[in-house]
Design a binder for this molecule. Structure first.
Ligand SMILES: CSC[C@H]1O[C@@H](n2cnc3c(O)ncnc32)[C@H](O)[C@@H]1O
Ligand SMILES: [Zn+2]
Length: 406
């Protein structure tokens, strides 16, 4: 598909300057947005034309922390806390997974994400080349990392290097380096990961301060909080994406801010595992970049970013007893442009001329979206992932609800 015209649509651009444009036209040429605005193009000679009446277009959702192939473990272990869930159910199951399993789990995950409006995901799992191949086949943008835990450092470095070679010419695939967490990696391994990321100019993707147990154990063993300890490893000297950050002191938040760490909020996983609620409103007030993720489909139990947005928006109002926090625009930014920024993209997450053409079109002609008094509000509080009608990634139509093409 060379070029696409979207006409007469409500465009939620996520740009602070243009916000929402009614009756907008968007021209996609190749993998980029060539035009967005109110001017009607002179020609309709496009490979594909989408009539935007009763529809809304917005940037594709960025799921900034997931373990994609954990779709295989959906409904396998519920109603448990993180340590019990991870060490007694998940790790033993994962020890038996083979490359072909990851391929199947990734196919399920990518299908679920594209149908639900996610156009980019940041993954941390195993046999990631399989996930990369699925991502390419189905046309979704993927940031991959073959996660390091226990004593797997040397093997994971080799896998990452082989994978980097395989995908070196692919626009859709990029990488981070992933030490799993402070309780599965020794200080030496964390230090090696930090050195590797620095010398290879890579970002780090890790879990941090997810539970009170992790926090208390760390303070007891090392006299430091997980965030203070992570800082001593040098990890934060590389651009870092830290998932969870539930148990944070004020000093921990200062450390994240000082090192420009991006935090990924995973409210549903944190609630389901009874881990707690991350101090996201404090982080936002401090200017920390906060993105949104689902975590894996075993702790969530879905990869639905619309559900995640709504929970994020209402959870913090309930916790702080302040209805003004986490308004719809803030949450939508977390799910789009903040995720793009965390992943190092400076041309993604906003509908803007010259930016990558990753966007989704929702059908607003449904009772649960009527009346549409406020489009941004409806997207966060009322829309469902099943309202996604088209998903476009890198200028290609990769999901069409009518035909279920993907
Ligand atoms: C070795 S690949 C990544 C590793 O992370 C595990 N995982 C999934 N969800 C969580 C979570 O919420 N906290 C910590 N670790 C998690 C996954 O099962 C893989 O083993
Ligand atoms: Zn996780």
């Amino acid at each position: 598909m060379g070029n696409i015209l979207i006409k007469n649509i409500t465009a939620v651009t996520m740009s602070d300057s243009s916000g929402v444009i009614e009756n907008a036209y968007i021209v996609i040429n190749g993998n980029l947005i060539e035009y967005i605005g109110k001017e009607k193009p002179e020609t309709e000679d496009f490979d594909y034309v989408i009539d935007g009446e009763n529809k809304v277009v917005m940037p594709g959702l960025v799921n900034t922390h997931t373990h994609l192939a954990m779709t295989l473990l959906r409904s396998y272990a519920d109603d448990m806390n993180l340590q019990d869930w991870l060490f007694n159910k998940i790790f033993p199951f994962e020890d038996k997974l083979m490359a072909d399993d990851i391929l199947k789990g990734s196919e399920i995950g990518v299908d679920e994400m594209l149908a639900g409006g996610t156009t980019c995901f940041n993954d941390m799992y195993m046999f990631q080349a399989e996930t990369g191949r699925v991502a390419l086949k189905k046309g979704i943008r993927a940031v991959l990392s073959d996660c390091v835990n226990f004593d797997g450092y040397d093997r994971k470095v080799k896998l990452m290097e082989t994978m980097a070679e395989e995908f070196k010419n692919e626009d859709l695939i990029s990488f981070t380096f992933s030490p799993h967490a402070i309780y599965t990696c020794s200080f030496d391994v964390l230090k090696k990961c930090s050195d590797y990321a620095k010398s290879n100019d890579m970002s780090i993707h890790t879990h941090l301060a997810e539970t009170q147990t992790e926090f208390d154990d760390c303070v007891k063993e090392r006299g430091m909080t997980p965030t203070e300890y992570m800082e001593t490893t040098g990890i934060f000297d590389s651009p870092t994406i830290a998932a969870h950050c539930v148990c944070m002191t004020d000093n921990d938040l200062e450390i994240l801010k000082k090192h420009n760490v991006s935090v990924v909020h995973n409210p549903i996983s944190n609630l389901k595992l009874a881990s707690g609620v991350a101090p996201i409103t404090k982080m936002i007030d401090m200017g920390i970049n906060v993105a949104l993720g689902t975590d894996g489909a075993s702790s969530n139990n879905s990869l639905d970013m619309f559900e995640e947005m709504k929970v994020a928006a209402i959870l913090h109002k309930g916790i702080t007893l302040d209805p003004t926090v986490m308004n719809a625009w803030t949450v939508l930014k977390m799910a789009t442009v903040n995720g793009a920024k965390a992943l190092g993209f400076d041309n993604l997450g906003v509908l803007k001329q010259g930016y990558l053409a990753d966007m989704i079109i929702l059908d607003f002609n449904s009772p649960h979206l009527m009346p549409n008094n406020n489009t941004v509000s409806n997207l966060v509080y009322a829309a469902k992932s099943s309202d996604v009608e088209y998903t476009i990634v890198n200028g290609k139509l990769v999901y069409n609800r009518q035909t279920k093409d993907r």
